[in-house]
Design a protein around this ligand. Sequence first.
Ligand code: NAP
Length: 271
Amino acid sequence: MKQFAVIGNPIEHSLSPDLHNYVYKLLSINALYKKKKVFHSELSQIMDDLRTGELNGVNVTIPHKENVIEYLDEINPRAKTIGAVNVIHKNGDKLFGNNTDWFGFTSALKKNGIKVSGKEVIVLGAGGTSKSIIFSLKQSGVKKIVLLNRTLQKAEELQDDFVFPYSLDDSVQKIRNDSIIINTTPIGMQNEQCPIDLGLLHENQTLIDVIYTPMETAFLKLGKKIGAKTLNGLDMFIYQGLTSMDLWFGEDISKKVNFTQLNTYLKNKLC
Ligand code: NAP
């Protein structure tokens, strides 16, 4: 039986085992997917497990998407440009890193009719997921990305012709009543906090949170209440997971799965 896992810390919130094991069962794939709480110091052991075949593939989540890169033999060119890896598999005797988060985000925008082409978008957070989202936004033809991060220097490292870095403390000056705001920080995942002052939220905004546990963070909850368009991270999560499976099994597993049924199954797990 093939063995897969998602590695990260914290990891309790992850629905990846539910998503993957649902599909394995549906398609009679002889495989098992687990979640593993992994500290930075344990990453090399995970790589050994991949090399020896004890593990056949892993998804990588917070906070390791960037720091796994140094352990890998090859990186997909897009993942290299992004600077973050969320899926690893063995190719021959080499460990290969890829990124399906950006595609997951692009697909989620498309599915939910959110258009960013030619627009200014506010991105909160400058970690691994933020990098994938910035890549996705550029691919989708965004005009300008206002990147707000707690540590200004990390946002400045991502500055280019599209990305304009600021401190999260500048949100009052940068957020407008009709902004598209994407939260890529984990704020709201384990508490009722919001990455920006709730008073900055407005009915004409589009609010996107990459968090899916809980399904509605305080950011989305208040936004929805006042009439803003909101989107949580579940669709992105499903698309990145299905694309990971396509990479591991070398076939179009994603095309054999009914997205709506899978979405409903996972929503029920979260309720
Ligand atoms: P990460 O690399 O550790 O980056 C976290 C970012 O959030 C950093 O910019 C960090 O700012 C900021 N941040 C963290 N705590 C903060 C706080 N208390 N106040 C202000 N800023 C804070 O994490 P990641 O891998 O990008 O993951 C971020 C989130 O995305 C997680 O909740 C994860 O579950 C979610 N995610 C969802 C999907 C999906 O498919 N829906 C996919 C991937 C990730 P500093 O630079 O100042 O440290």
